[in-house]
Design a protein around this ligand. Structure first.
Ligand SMILES: *[C@@H]1O[C@H](CO)[C@@H](O)[C@H](O)[C@H]1NC(C)=O
Ligand SMILES: *[C@@H]1O[C@H](CO)[C@@H](O)[C@H](O)[C@H]1NC(C)=O
Ligand SMILES: *[C@@H]1O[C@H](CO)[C@@H](O)[C@H](O)[C@H]1NC(C)=O
Length: 636
């Protein structure tokens, strides 16, 4: 049951954790990810269903057509271990291929070369022979299937079962059963990295991936709302000690803030900053604010233990696709208009996001090909510096005034939709989260209320009801000591949680909602003495914000960057639904980029349309179609 709570994301971060990370290079290799990684990922076109034949055919096309443009990683997305048989789907249980040590193995039905326990060795070798690099998606922790089978744990030091304290350790010993992945509750759960046995299990996975010849891992259900800093830290450590350089990518990116990004930027090479991006306009525009915030905090290309790290705006769902969570391969075209696709490419390019194409390569049409190989944009993506949002743009539309007054005519002010209160999650370091307090109604009902203006201030506070939870085992009692569940009303059996049972898309950036009350970490909350309300699963705190339901996301945006040879790049984005003339002052651009351009004369070109626009001294004005983007280079 979903109640009224929708999303909210906090942009204002007051203080950061300092992470000191040694920046030594991995042995015998160049620094990893010195520019944003580029490649192809199977998820947008195949969901989980891709076969070895389809994958290698796709890799061959990347090698022939895209490699010269820097697309070098080919990545198999999730569930490569799942048998493609009736009954199997994205959150099914019991259809996976695991070995005696509880490790996922490619399904030999879909990946014939993996038969006999050879894993991805042959696929990796074929990909390497094409001059490409090979990546796989992996989930956090251990599979439910391995836990149910209570498999032994491989000790890589001895090559046999992990033994400590005179006994063999098993999946049950390391699995955190109430920390199932929120959007794949039947599939995987976290492991206890405080135990040596838990660490031994994770090491047995990643060292095997290295033996297979993997060059890239996308580690999922460890970031955003699913933040698991313990596992990220340990996996990062294992990868650092390998002799094979493996790029480390974190997912998903729901509710990511710059503060959260700072915690992992030294440990990984790329990390998602939104939920999944699909081919709808709301998902595209959901990337603008968070990209701006990451750029402002210096996160683009920040130092990592093995090179650099990049905020990841997610794959490009362009061309021929499948649907989110489906059991089907590619069967439909991207729903973004050409303008919207161009807007997406322009932002991803100038924000220096990794570029992972998601469409079916076997049906790569010329329009899509030209978009993803636009050479100037790729050069901006690889080489430019100083990339940031440029806030000093103005827009004018001929028709706006008229249509607005037309819409509002005859409507008194107060007939418009009021603000609504929405609940979301944010970093517990945000001082605004300290607004919760206990509010006793009578002996039987205790509430926890949000009162940002202080206790007893005017108006009805938003309140949640404390609920007695029924802990059934000692294990649960220990785990949830001091925690509470929060119900939406004193009578309803629905509790606040931070989970949804599917991957979220970029525009749905929070997971505060209600579901049937059960003893699960994602429904467990703790009221800190400073008034913040922390969730046990996400480690993030609840916050309430007023949003105006009339506020239509849109407006105009602009980004700037400095090119390799000192040239200036400028992008205009028209997120509004009508054609708009966007203007910027050359002097302002100079100021933002640290250059004095007050008396400069600049030669400039629009790159998407190959237009020579002559020279400009003061104001750049350009008309951009709705949902479209323009991209300029200026030589000043
Ligand atoms: C780096 O590799 C060389 C050759 O394989 C080896 O001799 C050396 O010990 C390695 N150094 C480190 C720090 O691992
Ligand atoms: C796509 O581009 C190629 C190479 O430029 C050209 O030969 C081909 O005719 C184009 N296809 C279509 C459908 O326009
Ligand atoms: C409130 O207290 C918690 C627990 O001690 C802490 O993690 C959090 O950072 C604090 N929040 C603020 C804004 O002080």
């Amino acid at each position: 049951m979903d109640v009224f709570f929708v999303g909210c994301l906090s942009f204002f971060i007051l203080h950061f954790l300092n992470i000191s990370v040694s920046a030594h290079a991995p042995n015998g290799t160049e620094l990893r990810a010195s520019s944003p990684p580029r490649g192809w990922n199977s998820y947008d076109s195949f969901c989980w269903t891709i076969s070895e034949e389809e994958f290698l055919e796709s890799a061959e096309i990347v090698s022939q057509r895209l490699k010269t443009y820097g697309y070098e990683y080919v990545v198999v997305d999730y569930l490569w271990y799942r048998k493609k048989v009736p009954g199997a789907y994205v959150d099914s249980l019991g259809y996976d291929v695991i070995d005696d040590w509880g490790r996922m193995m490619p399904d030999p039905g879909r990946w014939p070369s993996s038969a006999g326990g050879r894993g991805f060795t042959e696929v990796a070798s074929k990909v390497h022979n094409m001059g490409l690099k090979f990546g796989i998606h992996v989930m956090a922790g251990i599979s439910t299937q391995a836990v149910n089978a209570n498999t032994l744990i491989l000790d890589r030091n001895t090559g046999s079962a992990y033994v400590k304290g005179g006994r063999q350790w098993r999946a049950h010993d390391i699995a955190l059963k109430d920390r199932a992945c929120a959007w794949m509750t039947h599939g995987f759960m976290s492991v206890n990295t405080n135990l040596e046995a838990g660490k031994a299990f994770l090491r047995s996975l990643y060292e095997q991936y290295a033996e297979w010849g993997i060059d890239f891992v996308k580690h999922d259900c460890v970031f955003g709302d699913d933040l698991n800093l313990d596992e990220i830290t340990y996996v990062s450590d294992v990868l650092q000690k390998l002799h094979r350089p493996i790029l480390y990518s974190l997912s998903p990116g729901t509710s990511v803030t710059p503060a959260m990004a700072q915690k992992v930027s030294g440990l990984a090479n790329m990390y998602r900053i939104t939920g999944d991006d699909w081919d709808n306009w709301a998902d595209v525009i959901a990337h603008f604010d968070v990209s701006r915030d990451m750029a402002a905090m210096g996160m683009i290309g920040a130092n990592s233990w093995s090179g650099n790290s990049w905020p990841d705006l997610d794959m490009l769902p362009l061309g021929w696709l499948t649907n989110q969570g489906s059991n089907e391969g590619p069967h439909r075209s991207s729903r973004l208009s050409f303008s919207e696709q161009r807007t997406q490419m322009t932002l991803w390019g100038i924000a220096k996001s990794p570029l992972m194409f998601g469409g079916d390569l076997r049906k790569l049409d010329n329009t899509t090909f030209n978009l993803i190989t636009k050479s100037e944009l790729l050069a901006i993506n690889t080489y430019s510096t100083n990339n940031k949002e440029f806030p000093h743009v103005t827009g004018s539309t001929a028709v706006k005034e008229k249509s607005l007054s037309g819409r509002l005519r005859g409507l008194p002010e107060d007939a418009r939709e009021p603000d609504i209160e929405v609940l979301g999650m944010t970093s517990c370091e945000d001082p605004k989260t300290k607004s919760w307090s206990v509010n006793v109604m009578d002996q039987s009902v205790e509430r926890i209320c949000w009162e940002p203006e202080g206790k007893g201030s005017k108006g009805q506070p938003l309140c949640l009801y404390k609920r007695k939870h029924l802990l059934t085992s000692d294990e649960q009692t220990i785990l949830h000591r001091g925690k509470l569940q929060l119900s939406a009303s004193s009578s309803m059996d629905i509790c606040l949680d931070v989970a949804q049972k599917r991957k979220l898309t970029a525009r749905e950036f929070t997971r505060g909602r209600f579901s049937r009350c059960r003893v699960e970490t994602n429904q467990m909350w703790e009221l800190n003495s400073n008034g913040s309300l922390v969730n046990s699963y996400a480690g993030q705190c609840a916050t309430v914000r007023k949003i105006n339901t009339n506020a239509i996301p849109g407006g105009i945006r602009s980004w700037v960057a400095t090119g390799r040879k000192g040239e200036i790049y400028l992008a205009f984005f028209n997120l509004d639904s009508q054609k708009t003339t966007i203007s910027a002052q050359v002097a302002d651009i100079g100021e933002v980029l640290g250059k004095d351009l007050r008396d400069a004369t600049c030669r400039y070109f629009e790159l998407w349309n190959d237009l020579d626009l002559g020279t400009v001294t003061q104001t750049i004005s350009y008309t951009v179609e709705f949902h479209d983007a323009a991209l300029f280079v200026l030589y000043c």
